[in-house]
Design a protein around this ligand. Structure first.
Ligand SMILES: Cc1cc2nc3c(=O)[nH]c(=O)nc-3n(C[C@H](O)[C@H](O)[C@H](O)COP(=O)(O)O)c2cc1C
Length: 280
């Protein structure tokens, strides 16, 4: 898909909003959001179902918890998928495209994979047996100030920081860091990946450029995903794919994704090949 809005602006504007104002999203805007969701697709093929939870459905749902992390939110969007190898990538891609679209509309969001009452929301959204319900986001206008717990949380996970180029991007192998000035026109899509959100801000994406193709790896943290029914860092990899793809398309750089183009280079411990972006 092509975004239809300025990617860099949206990427730079987006941050996790955990305190929401009373101002509700109007019906027209809600319709625009639904229409945008209707245009979503992803390079990994799987179908993602989006669910809205707002208005009347939220009445009587006061018990729906986010453990005090999110305040003031009245509207949520969740997703369901059938779990397989590609589904978490597809989910990360489409959900992040939506998050960026909402940022472009000045609407705040916060990816939630852990700090919400999964069972309560699943019931409220009529999630069916056999479907995996991995993430949810509140959406709405940000309150003027961040709440105290929100500020503390951002501090603990260093939410305003990102890893440097030399920690994330490499040339031909994992021993040779890629310099920004050597990345050519791919410097922009790479920088957009670097700015992306990730679970606990762990930024597990690593990218090796080789012959102008980009190979994406997951630096999986041992034990981190044990408390989830799936590998949540795989979702982060889908986010990286979205940022890279939308940024490349905006600049007219053409390529396609391939999950079977593993160049077979030697990997550091805990590193896993996930997919490649092959220049056309
Ligand atoms: C897959 C995923 C899951 C996340 N789960 C949570 C969560 O459960 N609770 C929360 O408060 N933030 C969650 N976050 C938000 C991250 O902590 C946040 O994106 C990161 O710290 C960077 O901060 P920023 O989004 O403000 O740039 C999640 C983010 C991602 C991508």
């Amino acid at each position: 898909m092509k975004a239809g809005f300025n990617i860099e602006d949206a990427v730079r504007k987006r941050y996790s909003v955990r305190n929401y104002s009373d101002r509700e999203i109007g019906l027209d805007t809600r319709k625009e959001i639904e229409e945008f969701i209707g245009t979503l697709d992803n390079p990994f093929g799987n179908n993602i179902d989006f669910h809205f939870l707002d208005g009347d459905e939220m009445k009587g749902q006061q018990k729906l918890g986010t453990y005090g992390v999110i305040k003031g939110a009245k509207q949520y969007i969740g997703t369901t998928i059938k779990l397989d190898d590609m589904a978490l990538l597809a989910l990360g891609y489409e959900f992040e495209a939506l998050v960026l679209y909402l940022a472009h509309m000045d609407i705040g969001t916060c990816w939630l994979g852990g700090t919400f009452d999964r069972k309560g929301f699943a019931e409220a959204m009529n999630v069916k047996e056999g479907e995996l319900f991995p993430v949810i986001t509140p959406y709405g206008y940000a309150a003027e100030k961040k709440h105290i717990k929100e500020k503390a949380m951002r501090k603990v996970i260093n939410a305003d920081k990102r890893k440097s180029w030399k920690e994330l991007f490499f040339s031909d192998d994992f021993n040779t860091p890629l310099k920004e000035e050597d990345a050519g026109e791919l410097a922009f899509p790479l920088e957009m990946v670097r700015q992306g959100p990730s679970a606990s801000n762990k930024q597990p994406w690593r990218i090796v450029l080789s012959d102008k193709d980009a190979h994406f790896y997951e630096d999986r943290e041992p034990g981190y995903s044990d408390r989830f029914p799936y590998d949540i860092q795989r979702v982060d990899m889908g986010i990286a794919a979205a940022h890279f793809d939308l940024a490349a398309k905006e600049k007219g750089i053409t390529g396609h994704f391939d999950t079977k183009a593993d160049p077979g280079i030697q990997l550091p411990e805990n590193m896993e090949y996930v997919f490649s972006w092959i220049r056309d």
